[in-house]
Ligand binder design. Structure first.
Ligand code: G3I
Length: 358
């Protein structure tokens, strides 16, 4: 199958605010945003159409972040929704916004079992292999030099434990699809950093072991992998000691470490859509302080456990309680981010900033 790329519109931009990273002139200057307080990139996941249409959100984005990830617009169901065509319009618009504001652009995600176009389901194995190769080649080539790194494969492990996820790719191509994806991405853009990204690996040590075994076997086969992404969709009940140990084990690989999707909830869930428990129905100032302490600890753990040359950065996955995916997906109330419903900085924001070494 040959793709007919739809043209990159990339000019939906109306942004005009300069990057507000100029230091204040007072004697004890406050960092303007997280990006100024951090020794490594701080990222935000955004929906470009929302950012361009909401001035307050746009100001937060440009003030706080030095790296951007598109929440959904670089997923296969957005780029390759129509069979035989690729639509880069929203992705290009996001990349242009990042470039205009001097931010690093991160690509999420080339291969994921979820958010796929419907036609994938009917593809026989060989057709799927060709499709996957062409898709990765075309997409990574399209963004060559403009995207710093990619989640090449996302969530290839089962939800719990260290086994492989039974995805359409695994079912038809076995584990080979992973090496194929990395090699194709490397050929298309030799300079892009290539990541394997997953969730729950900060609390499920068997899953982390499975991930590290997989990384070892990929490297033994000379598969070009540069980094490990920890999503870090964390819960207040998580054990921070385990978070520290898991990060230390991953850092020992010598690979880049990206905290790719940080948020922090009070409630819990079973990892399924609609599976939230909703025990905690209201947030108090004391709870927000506890959350602030936890954000501080998490930032500190990252700084302490990941050597500086492996620190690819920390990215927030939705950064306002108004917009968080958690509420809709798990069907529960929660307050997982560092900005509140009115888009004001929460205690968690300042806690995180303290953890960056302020
Ligand atoms: O844009 C449509 C809208 O037009 C429509 O009316 C509405 C009705 O459902 O759907 C809207 O699209 C939704 C989209 O989010 C934008 O809100 C999709 O249905 C919904 O499936 C999609 O969910 C995203 C999910 O990934 C699946 O792609 C979440 O926003 C996004 O936060 C979530 O992100 C994932 C990471 O990629 C991987 N790690 C876990 C993380 C959280 O689930």
């Amino acid at each position: 199958m040959r793709f007919l790329p739809l043209l990159c519109i990339g000019t939906l931009l109306t942004c005009n605010s300069p990057t507000p990273d100029t230091a204040p002139t007072t004697e004890a200057p406050e960092p303007a945003g997280l990006r100024d307080a951090a020794p490594f990139p701080i990222g935000g996941a955004i929906n470009i159409r929302q950012v361009l249409s909401d001035e307050q959100l746009r100001d937060i984005t440009t003030t706080e972040f030095s790296s951007l990830t598109s929440t959904n617009d670089m997923k296969m169901y957005r780029i390759a929704d129509t069979e035989g065509e690729l639509d880069f319009a929203r992705a290009d618009s996001t990349v242009a916004f990042a470039a205009e504001h001097g931010m690093r652009m991160f690509g999420h995600a080339l291969v994921w079992h979820y958010a796929l176009p419907d036609y994938i389901a009917d593809m026989p194995a060989e057709e799927l292999r060709i499709f996957l190769t062409e898709y990765i080649d075309t997409v990574v080539t399209h963004f060559r030099g403009r995207i710093d790194g990619w989640d090449v494969v996302n969530e290839v492990l089962d939800t719990k434990g260290g086994g492989m996820r039974d995805s359409p790719f695994y079912e038809k191509l076995g584990t080979d699809y992973i090496g194929l994806a990395f090699r194709t991405a490397r050929r298309a853009d030799p300079d892009a950093k290539l990541f394997i990204n997953d969730f729950g690996t900060e609390r499920d040590t068997a899953k982390l072991s499975g991930l590290l075994r997989l990384v070892d076997s990929l490297r033994a086969e000379e598969v070009p992998i540069d980094g490990i992404g920890f999503q870090w969709h964390q819960q207040m009940r998580d054990d921070t000691n385990t978070v520290r140990q898991t990060l230390r084990r991953a850092a020992a690989t010598g690979l880049l470490i990206h905290i790719s999707e940080l948020d922090l909830i009070f409630n819990t869930h079973n990892d399924e859509a609609g599976g939230g428990t909703d025990d905690v129905q209201a947030v108090t100032p004391a709870m927000l302080e506890e959350q602030a302490e936890r954000f501080e600890t998490l930032a500190r753990i990252y700084r302490e456990e990941v050597p500086a040359d492996q620190q690819y950065g920390i990215t927030f996955w939705d950064f306002t309680d108004r917009d968080t995916w958690i509420r809709g997906f798990f069907d529960m109330g929660d307050w997982p981010t560092v900005f509140d419903e009115e888009l004001a900085r929460k205690p968690g924001y300042y806690g995180f900033r303290r953890g960056l070494g302020e």
